[in-house]
Design a protein around this ligand. Structure first.
Ligand SMILES: Nc1ncnc2c1ncn2[C@@H]1O[C@H](COP(=O)(O)OP(=O)(O)O)[C@@H](O)[C@H]1O
Ligand SMILES: [Mg+2]
Length: 364
């Protein structure tokens, strides 16, 4: 086994009763990487993180940290920093005492502890709050202190389990920026668990998308967004319009599709292979669709007309729901492109490029 990775999971499996909660999980995390585990609630993110942390043992497979097999090794001996969703500070200890906790356990010298505590409180930009108790802090401040505490022992690995989920939207964004800055500055290898796709895209070098205990895809944010390997990945990350149809013909990488509403669409073939007449799900993202009140000059492929049903102004963009035959298609208009405000009932034309069409085999 190699020694070049900070974390390695080899065929990890975990069952609770007869439920397979984590199935054949393989991963290699490089030094300094920030990896997200992303997936819906119950898909096995926390269970996997707890196995890496040493709170749970896998039923099968090996876990390596810095090249060493750690199955059966106590959590305290794994040199980890951890932050959880709920505030896990000790209520009867001041901020300083909380942050110093791990250093005291490690029997670090007193003056070194003082120096480290001061340093990490500066890193999280709360050097003035050392004397306070957790109940005298806001939710955001508590999570920053929890992060400071996790960093104080200079862990070789930082494990974060939905640390931003209990914060309100604005604070969540602030702390997300902060985490990104910290991760870059300190360069600590990080595994970040979240069900929030935007958080994962924003923070990670690579994302592991999980569903029902299975790894659906591992890739950079761009890979995951632009080259989803499964329908689940495509639909979990961002919004997408779905149509049902069949493969009418295929020629090299070009797919001709016929939807159930008899629209002929053109897509491109990625890694998937199809058979002619195969039933497929066809997707196009709202931000990839052009909209106009006149027909687009290139009449050919992927042009449909419809009626505006609803428009919603959302600040940075406007979302337009267009009724096309039996479908409702969402179109997202960036503000800068939006010279026209479309009205309910107005006839419009929609068009999108073949490369923006995603096609997956339908489960029949
Ligand atoms: N201690 C346990 N005993 C039995 N089932 C559990 C236990 N912990 C988690 N589970 C189940 O395992 C699955 C995965 O849980 P979890 O890893 O917490 O998911 P996530 O963190 O992705 O939301 C869920 O179906 C959950 O109900
Ligand atoms: Mg969880």
């Amino acid at each position: 086994m190699t020694k070049n990775f900070d974390v390695e999971l080899h065929n990890i499996q975990k069952m609770f009763g007869s439920n397979v909660v984590v199935d054949n999980f393989n991963l290699q995390v490089e030094k300094g990487e920030c990896i997200s585990f992303l997936g819906p609630s119950g898909c096995g993110k926390t269970t996997t993180l707890n196995m890496i942390a040493g709170f749970l043992e896998p039923d099968q497979g090996d876990i390596l940290i810095k090249g060493k097999r750690v199955n059966g090794v106590h959590s305290n001996k794994r040199e980890l920093g951890m932050v959880f969703q709920t505030y896990s500070l000790f209520p009867h200890m001041t901020v300083q005492e909380n942050v110093a906790y791990g250093l005291n356990l490690k029997k670090v010298a007193k003056d070194e502890i003082v120096r480290r505590v001061k340093e990490v409180l500066e890193v999280v930009k709360l050097p003035h709050l050392g004397e306070r108790y957790p109940k005298q802090l806001s939710g955001g401040q508590r999570q920053r202190i929890a992060i400071a505490r996790a960093l104080a022992t200079e862990p070789s690995l930082l494990l974060l389990d939905e640390p931003l989920s209990n914060l309100d939207a604005k604070l969540r964004e602030e702390l997300r920026d902060e985490l990104k800055r910290l991760q870059k500055e300190i360069g600590v290898t990080t595994i970040f668990v979240t069900h929030d796709q935007e958080e994962a895209l924003y923070l990670s070098n690579r994302i592991v998308v999980l569903d029902h205990g299975k790894v659906e895809q591992i890739g950079t944010p761009l890979d995951i967004y632009n080259s989803p390997s499964t329908e689940f990945v495509h639909t979990f990350i961002g919004k997408s319009n779905r149509m049902e149809g069949r493969i009418q013909s295929q020629e090299e990488n070009k797919l001709t599709l016929i939807t159930d509403s008899s629209f002929i669409l053109t897509g491109i073939r990625r890694d998937h292979s199809f058979s002619t007449d195969e039933k497929v799900s066809i997707y196009v993202r709202p931000e990839k669709i052009n909209i106009a009140t006149k027909e687009f000059p290139s009449k050919g492929s992927n042009q449909v007309s419809g009626t505006v049903k609803l428009t919603s102004f959302l600040g940075a963009y406007t979302e337009c729901e267009v009724e096309v035959a039996h479908h409702t298609i969402s179109v997202r208009l960036q503000d800068s492109h939006q010279e026209v405000q479309y009205k309910t009932g107005e006839k419009v034309y929609l068009q999108w490029k073949p490369e923006d069409v995603f096609v997956f085999s339908a489960k029949e």
